[in-house]
Ligand binder design. Sequence first.
Ligand SMILES: NC(=O)c1ccc[n+]([C@@H]2O[C@H](COP(=O)([O-])OP(=O)(O)OC[C@H]3O[C@@H](n4cnc5c(N)ncnc54)[C@H](OP(=O)(O)O)[C@@H]3O)[C@@H](O)[C@H]2O)c1
Length: 339
Amino acid sequence: MSVLPASSREWHLVARPHGWPTPADFALREAPVTEPAEGRILVKNLHFSVDPYMRGRMNDVKSYIPPFQLDHPMDGGAVGEVIASNAEGFAVGDHVLHGLGWREYADVPARHATKVDPALAPLSAYLGVLGMTGLTAYAGLFDVASFKEGDAVFVSGAAGAVGSQVGQMARLKGASRVIGSAGSDEKVKFLVEELGFDAAFNYKNGPVKDQLREAAPDGIDVYFDNVGGDHLEAAISSLNVHGRATICGMIAQYNDTEPVAGPRNMAMIIGKRLRLQGVLVGDHYGLQQQFVQEVGGWLAAGELKHRETFVEGIENGVDAFLGLLRGDNTGKMIVSVTR
Ligand SMILES: NC(=O)c1ccc[n+]([C@@H]2O[C@H](COP(=O)([O-])OP(=O)(O)OC[C@H]3O[C@@H](n4cnc5c(N)ncnc54)[C@H](OP(=O)(O)O)[C@@H]3O)[C@@H](O)[C@H]2O)c1
């Protein structure tokens, strides 16, 4: 029998946010830690993920994923070390990826845990570039948008976890031009100078439509949408005949309290024979092996860069999430559990 910590701190949703969430909607509470039952493992979380989709789970609405329950721990991607095991195939000291983040210690059904190797990549990478957000970029660009060599690609949210990978993957596969938008001049500089985008602009500096037209005078063939709103409308205007758009996220409206108007130029979809298609990463786990092999290769060769923004301490988990919605992060936002 191992000596277990007496308790674990965990973040609960205690009120459903209306509009922007505030710290008062969350509480950090203590829960007892017990030996894992048959088929389960106890994991000391080292990093957990905060993601935009979690905002949707704070609303009590039917969606592709159930809402968070009030006064229960929130969940989401996490990586950690097994400190007690009652499951075949898992030993103390193993590192695992699982879905019970937002807490210090997680009692995880072993069938929901995947072993990961910290010697192959830093553990946090399994939450980002080699994990959910990386696969979203890969599947959304190659499967959903049917990217092909020579395409001009525009990605919004370009300095974030998904967007920064989309732009680089397009470049590595022979895009004729890669354009990104982001919310600060510093992020724009990062895109062009560090990630090799051909052009980038700060969407806060002027109308997206004008800035996109200037950055892509010959139009775009693929739009990877992380933002929605005026970005989507601008992209529809700039897409070339037979262009494709992957609708991955609409973060500009996640905190809206009223339904928002759609793009005003939808009729262009007809004349240009555009294809706009949603993506959910959960549909694409069949690509996982191919994704890890190809992206792992690019990472090992130094051809693909990835940035992470770390927030230290579980007590700062909610601040990290709110910061993500505000754009405090460059690359993947990660909370490191430091107790
Ligand atoms: N469909 C799927 O399966 C799937 C999976 C993963 C992610 N997603 C979606 O993909 C998008 C990116 O997710 P991520 O995990 O990579 O997050 P992320 O881009 O790393 O972080 C979110 C970013 O959104 C930007 N943002 C916030 N409000 C904005 C606004 N009003 N207009 C424009 N940009 C805004 C901020 O950057 P700036 O400083 O640039 O504003 C912020 O850094 C999200 O929409 C998310 O919901 C979808």
